[in-house]
Design a protein around this ligand. Structure first.
Ligand code: AMP
Ligand code: MG
Length: 428
């Protein structure tokens, strides 16, 4: 019995949970999700300061200044950024002041240096300024004690800047999940080695680690684990302590040497299912060890492994990181080519995307075999062809799961699997 993609995904998403918050230095917080609201410990700006290089004045002193009749003021001294003295300005005088420096008590405006003769001991002012001009008042930007960032915010550079500015050197965040990628197969050799007869380079390990990193997950990997139950078990045990999730590839089909399946069937809650999808039918998922670490067992064929990662592992890792399972909507494209699709399975068809005058066009990215890496590299996305469609026709509307830096659109929360996708059935 095949189970639908949605059902397998739902079991996974109902099992994994958000990681426990930790305090993290700002430099390590990028991409993490805030676990608490952040309040400002200060006001921003913290003091009235100058927006210009110029002269701090009583605006009333310079109201009549013009180039024909400049107003001349004695300069009391300089105030530079970083000056911590509380200077006081007397009427009829001025301080030369730099951008960001504290405005002296009494002054209510800044005359930009461009409107003066730039004098040092005494300055001629050619044009007046109204009250308040070029002064950045204390608290104008952020009031002390206000919430500046909400729990659940995924931290990007601008959030980190704000947190720093309002007085936080550390933040409480959902930590970045750490995954360990384990490639299994007696045939596997390390990338860079030249395969002998019967040998295959471990491309899944680097691929899955890389696609995990594209999600801002910390990935490490163990390559070329032998198809031997003892070895697989030992490797899993050794990696458990350093992983928030384990991803294996290979060894989960119906073969006599499928050690991953043999070992994990006996451990924790791992369950093996045949999912109604192509490629990627054999899927295993469950938790093992004292911390109930999620384990995803992906098929060994590289295309199946990548499809499975995008379909099941990526949404789970996002949830563990405190993010929505899906952060972008599928792309909408029109088939520029016809191709067959298996009955009763959701097809993840590798497609190359191209924009033309009336939108995004999808054509098959070459061979669709689950072992074909050449055409995988050509693909911009997976077109999701629903189980009841047996042939995609030219002009059919398709939903496409974008891969990496393809022509993506980033719109918010989306229902990837619940909609009808093809031909005339697209709703809206
Ligand atoms: P399996 O799922 O172990 O039966 O493997 C299915 C196919 O995927 C076989 O042709 C394997 O050689 C290939 N394969 C398994 N693991 C990897 C890997 N890490 N890198 C590249 N190909 C692999
Ligand atoms: Mg194998």
């Amino acid at each position: 019995m095949l189970i639908p993609v949605e059902e397998h995904l739902a079991r996974i998403l109902n099992t994994v949970h958000e990681l426990t918050p930790t305090r993290t230095a700002l430099d390590h917080a990028l991409g993490c999700v805030l676990a608490t609201d952040i309040r400002s410990r200060v006001s921003l700006p913290g003091f009235d300061n100058s927006a210009m290089d110029g002269y701090a004045v009583y605006s009333s002193d310079v109201a009549d200044a013009s180039s024909q009749a400049p107003v001349q003021l004695p300069v009391e001294g300089d105030i530079a950024a970083g000056d911590t003295t509380h200077h006081r300005l007397r009427a009829g005088r001025t301080f030369r002041i730099m951008t960001g420096a504290p405005v002296p008590i009494g002054a209510d405006a800044i005359v930009p240096v461009e409107q003066t003769d730039a004098g040092v001991k005494s300055v001629s002012i050619y044009e007046g300024v109204p009250h308040g001009r070029h002064v950045r008042p204390q608290g104008e930007d952020v009031g002390e004690g206000t919430i500046v960032l909400r729990r659940g915010t995924r931290l990007s550079a601008r959030h980190i800047a704000l947190a720093a500015a309002v007085g936080h050197g550390e933040l409480s965040v959902i930590p970045t999940p750490r995954v360990v990628v384990i490639s299994t197969g007696d045939e596997l050799i390390t990338p860079g080695q030249v395969p002998g007869f019967g040998q295959v380079v471990d491309s899944n390990g680097p691929m899955i680690a890389a696609v995990a990193r594209e999600l801002d997950v910390v990935a490490s990997r163990v390559g070329g684990v032998a198809d031997d139950e003892e070895t697989v078990l030992r490797t899993l045990r050794a990696q458990l302590g350093r992983a928030d999730a384990i991803i294996t590839t290979g060894g989960v089909s119906m073969g006599a040497y499928d050690a991953v399946k043999a070992v994990l069937t006996r451990l924790g809650t791992v369950q093996f299912d045949r999912v109604a999808m192509q490629p990627g039918k054999p899927q295993g998922f469950g938790t093992i060890g004292e911390h109930n670490t999620p384990v995803f067992t992906l098929p060994g064929n590289p295309v199946s492994a990548l499809v499975s990662f995008h379909a099941f592992v990526a949404p789970a890792l996002r949830l563990m990181a405190g993010r929505p399972a899906f952060e972008s909507a599928p792309l909408e494209a029109q088939a520029a080519q016809a191709w067959p699709s298996p009955s009763g399975k959701l097809q993840f068809a590798r497609v190359a995307l191209e924009h033309d005058s009336d939108g995004l066009k999808a054509r098959s990215a070459g061979g669709q075999g689950s072992h074909v890496l050449g055409s995988l590299a050509e693909a911009d996305g997976f077109a999701l062809v629903p189980p009841h469609i047996t042939r995609v026709e030219i002009g059919d509307r398709l939903l496409v799961m974008p891969l990496g830096s393809a022509a993506t659109s980033r719109r918010g929360g989306a229902d990837w699997y619940g909609r009808a996708w093809c031909g005339t059935e697209v709703s809206e």
